[in-house]
Design a protein around this ligand. Structure first.
Ligand code: ATP
Ligand code: MG
Length: 270
């Protein structure tokens, strides 16, 4: 589940409240990818840069963008050096570019999510502003296409290597990466609810509409948070008093969010 939308609409509050509730149904990971993390403040429990248990079946992490990109670049570098040790210097140079490439963070987040998601029943992501969230979904698509292309190229090379009696580990590495990103893309399309959060205010609604339009094909819902009077047929979460701290968050009426999860076939209302 992803919560996106304009600044200050309630993404983090809803992420925390939903994750708390879902953790009663299954192992849940709450992730903040917003550089301005606020999970610690809202939950009233210290959340760090590494995944840690913050409740029964509830785990949380405030990802450090820099740290994540750094680790990802190191990982890529290690793999490349292992494959072709003679090109070490060139790869070091490449790793520098990789770190500052425009989608470095998204690629690193995707790689991280792909490794982690199998360990949890529910994943709740408190997203950064709209642009970054869009890039995350678009990058998954782009990386999938890129890996497809590389695999085709490498298959040719593998045939030659096999003919020469050598084993080519590049192909199996690429195929594994491709499988990972394909699984993640499938999860994004089939198993993910995206909430474009807005308030009863025109600018935030406009941003939610843009998000919904740009993510056509995914399960996106514009949700009105801090709802009080506006006519709205879609999901809404009413205005609440002090929606922070575990006790109060559990009181927040997120019935519409949970109902969508159940309607999408994710069941566990018992
Ligand atoms: N349903 C609600 N009722 C009343 N107040 C709410 C509700 N949801 C959120 N708030 C309040 O709105 C403010 C902004 O919420 P929050 O920090 O969750 O928004 P955000 O979208 O994550 O902001 P940012 O873009 O800065 O990360 C907070 O003061 C929060 O307590
Ligand atoms: Mg926030």
């Amino acid at each position: 589940m992803f919560f996106g939308g304009k600044g200050g609409v309630g993404k983090s509050t809803l992420s925390c409240a939903t994750a708390l509730k879902l953790s009663q149904w299954g192992r849940t990971l709450l992730v903040s990818v917003d550089p301005a993390h606020s999970l610690t403040g809202i939950l009233g429990i210290e959340v760090g840069q590494g995944v840690k248990a913050v409740g029964e079946s509830l785990f949380a992490v405030e990802l450090s963008a820099e740290g994540l990109v750094e680790k990802y670049a190191e990982k890529v570098l290690r793999v490349l050096e292992g494959l072709i040790p003679s090109s070490r210097q060139g790869f070091k140079e490449y790793s520098k570019y990789l770190k500052s490439s425009p989608t470095a963070l998204e690629t690193a987040v995707l790689d991280w999510l792909a490794d982690l998601c199998k360990d949890y029943v529910y994943l709740v992501v408190d997203s950064a502003p709209t642009g970054q969230m869009l890039r995350l979904f678009q990058t998954a698509h782009m990386v999938g296409g890129w890996l497809e292309f590389l695999t085709k190229l490498v298959k040719e090379r593998e045939r030659v290597e096999r003919f020469m009696g050598r084993k080519d580990s590049l192909l199996s590495l690429l195929e594994e990466k491709k499988r990972k990103i394909q699984t993640l893309s499938w999860i994004f399309r089939e198993k993910t609810l995206i909430f474009a959060v807005a308030n009863e205010e025109e600018l935030s609604l406009e941003e939610a509409r843009i998000l919904e339009k740009k993510l056509e094909g995914f399960n996106v819902y514009t949700l009105i948070n801090r709802w009080s009077a506006m006519e709205w047929k879609g999901p809404k979460v009413p205005l609440a008093n002090k929606p922070y701290g575990v006790e109060n968050l559990l009181q927040l009426d997120i019935g519409d969010i949970l109902k969508l999860l159940v309607d999408e076939g994710e069941k566990p209302l018992s």
